[in-house]
Design a protein around this ligand. Structure first.
Ligand code: NAP
Length: 281
């Protein structure tokens, strides 16, 4: 889904660069892939389902921009390493890695199965580490690179039924700060973005709470109720869009971000600050 081809960034800003976007075929990741391609990068879109990545690549290529698809499960460290090596061999470099792949669903912690916990933590946290570690030698060898991970704001407060995802994203934040310092000598900049609510298909599915939980189902609400929540629950008065997050990625990927590392940027219309611990409208 492309919202607008208009960009505040100069055309050709990322010409000649290679960006790898995990989970780049849907939702926020697709918005990121589209903007990076629009700015001249060759974007490698990676996720598990061939349909998702191929559809996204077709859309980008149809607009005369450059992209290719790979299927990849970020939980599998060996597969990630191999895919990254193949990309580096085929395209000569990897300038930008966007760790955006994630899994999520509402589940009461008291009955969360070990497998469900493992699955979300492995995708969100292990996946971010596997991909970052795999691009390290490529970026270090070429004199630097930018790694940008998608975090969230739910772990800044308490968010019942999301123990797995909030724990994993807190880990992503810690990894962002640690690797920023550890890999600065290689000129690898490591930052993260914490999006507010963006009604992607993925998040609508993830945020369907069990009926008995009493947690409001924001995204299943009638259009009217959703619009009212955006007006009253988000200080800037609207839901976010994938382009809102993509703009921050493009900024961090560009030379404008040259002295920024270890930072976590909240892009949420002021939502988490205004809501404290409350859930829902
Ligand atoms: P989404 O469309 O469901 O995106 C998740 C992506 O991750 C999909 O493209 C999926 O593709 C991929 N993925 C899942 N498991 C994978 C695995 N094991 N290996 C490789 N790829 C995998 O959801 P979204 O809303 O755009 O979310 C994108 C990111 O933003 C996530 O990190 C999410 O936590 C974060 N976020 C979203 C919101 C929001 O309101 N939307 C708010 C805060 C943070 P396949 O199924 O093809 O693998």
């Amino acid at each position: 889904m492309i919202e607008s081809l208009a960009s505040v960034f100069r055309p050709g800003l990322l010409n000649g660069q290679v960006a790898l976007v995990t989970g780049g075929g849907t939702g926020i990741g697709l918005g990121i892939s589209e903007l990076l391609a629009e700015l001249g990068a060759h974007v490698v879109i990676a996720s598990r389902k061939a349909d998702n990545v191929e559809r996204a690549v077709q859309g980008i290529v149809a607009r005369g921009q450059s992209a290719s698809a790979v299927t990849l499960d970020v939980r599998n460290a060996d597969q990630v390493k191999q895919v990254v090596q193949d990309i580096a061999q085929r395209l000569g470099r990897i300038d930008v890695l966007v760790n955006n792949a994630a899994g999520n669903f509402y589940a009461p912690s008291a009955t969360l199965s070990p497998n469900a916990w493992k699955s979300v933590v492995e995708i969100d946290l292990y996946g971010t580490f596997h991909c970052s570690q795999a691009v390290y030698p490529v970026m270090a060898g070429q004199g630097g690179g930018r790694i940008i991970s998608t975090s969230m704001t739910l772990h800044y407060r308490g968010w019942p039924l999301m123990a797995h995802a909030t724990a994993a994203k807190a880990g992503v934040d810690a990894l962002t700060r640690t690797l920023a310092v550890e890999w600065a000598p290689e000129r690898i900049r490591m930052n993260a973005i914490a999006p507010g609510p963006i009604p992607t298909e993925g998040v609508k599915k993830a945020f369907t709470p069990p009926a008995e939980s009493g947690v409001p189902d924001l995204f299943a609400a009638a259009e009217e109720k959703m619009a009212e929540y955006a007006r009253t629950g988000i200080p800037l008065g609207r839901w976010g869009t994938p382009r809102d997050i993509a703009n921050m990625v493009a900024f961090l990927a560009s030379p404008a971000g040259d002295w920024i590392t270890g930072a976590i940027f909240v892009v949420d219309g002021g939502e988490w600050l205004s809501k404290g611990g409350r859930q829902g409208p």
